[in-house]
Design a protein around this ligand. Sequence first.
Ligand SMILES: Cc1cc2nc3c(=O)[nH]c(=O)nc-3n(C[C@H](O)[C@H](O)[C@H](O)COP(=O)(O)OP(=O)(O)OC[C@H]3O[C@@H](n4cnc5c(N)ncnc54)[C@H](O)[C@@H]3O)c2cc1C
Length: 381
Amino acid sequence: MLDMNFDFPNPVRIVQRTARDFARQAVAPLVAGMEETGRFPKSLVPKMAEVGLLGLVTPRRYGGSELGFLARTVALQEIGRVSAAVACALQVHHMQAAAIQDWGTPAQKEKYLPRLCRGEFLGTVAVTEPTGGSDLLGMATTAVPAAGGYALNGSKCFITNAHLAGAPVVIAKTGEGSRGLSAFIVEKGTRGFAPGREERKMGLRGADTGELFFKNCRVPEQNLLGDEGEGMKAALKTIGEAGRPGMAAIALGILDAALDEAVKFSKSRNLYGKPISNIQAIQWSIADILVDLETSKLLCYRASWLKDQGREDCATAMTLAKLHATEAACRATRKALEIHGGCGAMLEFPVQRLWRDAMVCVSAGGTTEIGKIVLSRSVLA
Ligand SMILES: Cc1cc2nc3c(=O)[nH]c(=O)nc-3n(C[C@H](O)[C@H](O)[C@H](O)COP(=O)(O)OP(=O)(O)OC[C@H]3O[C@@H](n4cnc5c(N)ncnc54)[C@H](O)[C@@H]3O)c2cc1C
């Protein structure tokens, strides 16, 4: 008999409740400030550690809760419903934890995973360069052998948590072709390594996004993550199995919020003597938002569940979920914004923030076009 159960297991329900309460109590009061300053509130980091959000995908022996990717998706959705920017910081933090868990030596896991779970610093994975994020092999940052390790030269851009990360994972060229990239853990304070500009963004404003610079930066051999030449595999697995589902989950949160705002506004705005929720065109828009939310949920939860089952096909499912959910969030927030009429353009209505955040989620974690390439390959191969 086909076994299909759409109920969350109890531990996932508990994570959902915890994340929802955290988002309402600790995150919501900070949203207006983040919009104003474009800054991530550092005070949130120890609080996120305290409620277990930083260690959701990390094994218990390294200080995590080992609850897995479905629990993480649900947590990011709840945080993203209140602040997609905070959810973005958290999702990229999990990416570094996943990269070290998948590729790290026992010593690297002992050294970095507990610190990431405790929130001593946030995590990140730095791949993108000014030469183009979609073209991984076009990167220009090099790592050449030097006494006791490697010397890194080059720069990264658009890196989430760039100024908050204590020991980012950095991908650099050690050779040519797909075996010519390697991954490194570069500790803050290493000579020749410095974060650069903090970007000013139209959306996800409270997430820290910035540059990283490497100038003859000496990284010891024991900070090579995985074998030399495995950087491409490490980057693709980390982006595909942690980054894309993370952005997809944030899009789910934005979709939830878009529905909330559309329903609330349409019930409170009166035209022709009654709420506009009585107008059929408005009802159709609300139904469209609901369809986008529910289809995205199914794809995202299924992809995360596949990952938790250790299934090889999870990366394709995650690309599908990311592509659909982020595009759906753009459609739905535009509809929600239109339902608001002129109020949609006013900064005191959250719907405009949702629309801006949704637009930025499309490229973060890999663009829709790259997603389509991955998906079409999975059926044409
Ligand atoms: C908020 C935010 C946070 C981010 N965080 C991180 C991070 O933590 N770490 C990190 O490494 N990166 C991060 N990024 C970078 C992100 O991964 C890249 O922006 C993304 O991969 C696209 O790269 P790009 O911006 O250089 O666009 P480009 O690669 O220059 O692409 C430009 C356009 O060309 C299209 N295109 C490219 N190649 C093809 C093709 N073969 N066929 C069809 N169309 C194509 C793209 O889809 C896009 O529309 C972040 C970006 C944002 C906006």
